[in-house]
Design a protein around this ligand. Structure first.
Ligand code: G6P
Length: 611
């Protein structure tokens, strides 16, 4: 589910440590904050782990390398518990009989933890993973495979696991439930990995495990079965991709991969936050109803793409909760002497949670007595640690500099917050809230549909790649979305564009419209639809070449524009999640049409930690 931790496992004749470390290095692209290994050495499972980059782990191992031919390794992207040595994987039970690495989330871990604590098992970390090690110890029947089956039957959630047992050094077990896991088949050696690049240097023959399956690896063979014990037979897949393509899951660039990950990222960000058809954040936001009711204004503060999410946040929160909202770019906020009081809620939005200006704004707000809610994608980041309240986006690591899935999940977090606030403040009826929640839950599927056929966008991208100037226009929420669309295009295609509130054109910008200039016009907001069409006609009359983006079933828009792209219909308030996707693709295909470095555009950094 949520995280993108990296798993590797090795059993064979070679030194496991080096193979595991190399494998983890190939999984670095998934993002991580700590790493660890367990290797079978002299009748024991020896564990070494360290917070920080792989080099921190390597430094520790330099002094005292692990010698052994079987082991498991892990790079961790924190979810339960901050990044630290203790929370890093592998996790072991009290007697160090079982070692476990885990990617995913054990949803019933609290219940299992309490049960195990009552039986006297002592925990040394804050993770859900440690529960698995103790659970295995508790259910140990002397046979690794059958013990794993029993433990898995008790675990709910989505996970991939690699497990070793001290008494069975000739075996490794891999289990998959809804988190990716593959088994690499070599000659006299076998491998486990979250992703193909980790093992590509050693073998190109892999089994891709399906949900609910496990693999038992020995040096000489791999047996596949379902977790409840039925044998599975599967053909080996022979990988023909090169390592670089494999890292990107078969996509040409991380940005495209991340655009396509959005349905899953949205689903993950919604998961566990809706109960009985209504948004419930009471597990995550500790502010009581009385405290929430005390806020008389809200400030959204962020940079770049996250700032654009904040612009949507203003409309969402004002509409749903009827509290006045201001939105500021963080680098302005901290110097403009904003009016912050103890009844102000400051929402900082930051994918990385480390952006210097955003952090400074957070601290400024706290100094002035405000409560700060952080919306961030990185557990253990400065925003996650310093904000008074935190709402995570579960997009998984974002590698491409141009942000895509982080933005859509920030929007989801904002909708969840707006709907929760409206519920507590009783500013919307329960049926309205239920209707919006239902629509939210449909977004992942709708995003999937939208991603199916990019051919029309690709065509238009080929066209605008020839230009040096273009315009985005929209009204209301569409205006906020075109600001993000324009930023995406600038970042990776180096084409100058600007985003205008369509009604403002006639106050100046219209003077720039000339024959053949591309204009991208969003018309998804019913309340201002007719006005928007009039604006489109204004630019058409001056020779613009217009791409219109409207709602499915809109047969009118095509009459006023040159090309139309549609998005599935949802509530007007929710359209930004869908309408931004064609704009992300437009930027992507324009950049590739120009042969540019999509994932690492010139002069830009993924995380800006200096002012
Ligand atoms: C950089 C990135 C942008 C991002 C902005 C804010 O400029 O290139 O993609 O939107 O920082 O980053 P944050 O991590 O705070 O969301």
């Amino acid at each position: 589910m949520k995280p993108m931790c990296g798993i590797v496992g090795y059993i064979g004749p070679k030194q496991a440590q080096n193979i595991l470390l190399e494998g983890l290095r190939k999984l670095e692209y998934r993002g991580y904050d700590s790493a660890g290994l367990a290797v079978y050495q002299d009748g024991k499972l020896k564990v070494e782990k360290a917070e920080g980059p792989l080099s921190a782990l390597e430094e520790r191992l330099n002094g005292q390398p692990l010698h052994g031919e079987m082991g498991i390794g892990h790079t961790r992207w924190a979810t339960h518990g901050k990044p630290s040595d203790e929370n890093s994987h592998p996790h072991v039970d009290g007697k160090q009989q079982f070692a476990v690495v885990h990617n995913g989330i054990i949803e019933n871990y609290l219940e299992l933890k309490e049960e195990l604590q009552e039986k006297g098992y002592a925990f040394t970390s804050e993770t859900d993973t440690e529960v698995i090690a103790h659970l295995l110890a508790d259910l140990d029947d002397g046979d690794l495979v059958s013990t794993v089956r029993k433990a898995v039957a008790r675990m709910e959630g989505a996970y991939a696991l690699a497990i070793a047992h001290v008494d069975e050094p000739d075996k490794l077990v891999a289990v998959r439930l809804a988190s990716p896991l593959i088994v690499g088949v070599g000659d006299g050696e076998n491998f486990i990995a979250s992703d193909i690049p980790a093992i590509l240097e050693h073998t190109r023959d892999v089994y891709v495990l399906d949900d609910g399956e496990m693999a038992v690896l020995t040096r000489d063979g791999v047996e596949l079965s379902t977790t409840d014990g039925k044998p599975v037979s599967r053909d080996l897949m022979h990988v023909t991709w090169d390592a670089a393509t494999a890292e990107k899951g078969g996509y040409e660039h991380f940005m495209l991969k991340e655009i396509h990950e959005q349905p899953k990222a949205i689903r993950d960000t919604l998961a566990g936050r809706i109960k009985d058809g209504l948004v419930d954040l009471s597990q995550e936001i500790s502010l009581s109803a009385e405290e929430l009711k005390r806020f008389d204004k809200i400030h959204f503060v962020a940079c770049g793409t996250a700032y654009h999410a904040g612009l949507i946040g203003k409309s969402v929160v004002e509409k749903l909760a009827r509290i006045p909202v201001e939105v500021d770019v963080a680098s302005e906020y901290r110097y403009r002497d904003p009016i912050i009081t103890p009844s102000t809620l400051v929402v900082v939005v930051s994918q990385s949670g480390e952006t210097a200006d955003t952090l400074a704004a957070l601290r400024e707000a706290q100094k002035a007595g405000a409560q700060v809610l952080g919306i961030t994608n990185v557990v253990g980041s400065s925003v996650a640690r310093e904000a008074d309240e935190v709402l995570m986006t579960w997009a998984g690591p974002e590698i491409a500099v141009a942000s895509t899935k982080a933005y859509t999940t920030q929007l989801i977090a904002i909708y969840l917050f707006g709907l929760y606030l409206a519920r507590i403040l009783e500013t919307r009826s329960e049926s309205e809230l239920a209707e919006a929640t239902e629509a939210l839950l449909k977004l992942p599927k709708q995003a999937e549909t939208l991603l199916e056929d990019p051919s029309a966008i690709r065509r238009f991208a080929g066209d605008i790649a020839q230009h040096e100037d273009l315009f985005f226009i929209g009204r209301g929420l569409d205006h906020a979305v075109v600001m993000e669309g324009s930023l995406k295009l600038k970042e990776i295609s180096y084409i100058h564009s600007d985003a205008y509130a369509a009604g403002e054109l006639k106050h100046g910008t219209l003077a720039l419209i000339e024959e053949g200039i591309p204009v991208i016009a969003l018309a998804t907001q019913k309340a201002v639809y007719d006005k928007m069409v009039s604006n489109i006609i204004e630019v058409k009359a001056r020779g613009a070449h217009v791409l219109g983006l409207g709602l499915e079933g809109d047969d009118e828009l095509g009459k006023s524009v040159d090309e139309v792209i549609t998005i599935p219909e949802t509530l007007p308030l929710l359209t930004p999640v869908l309408s931004v996707i064609p704009l992300q693709l437009l930027a992507y295909y324009t950049s590739t049409a120009r042969g540019l470095n999509v994932d690492k555009p010139r002069n830009l950094a993924k995380s800006v930690t200096v002012e």
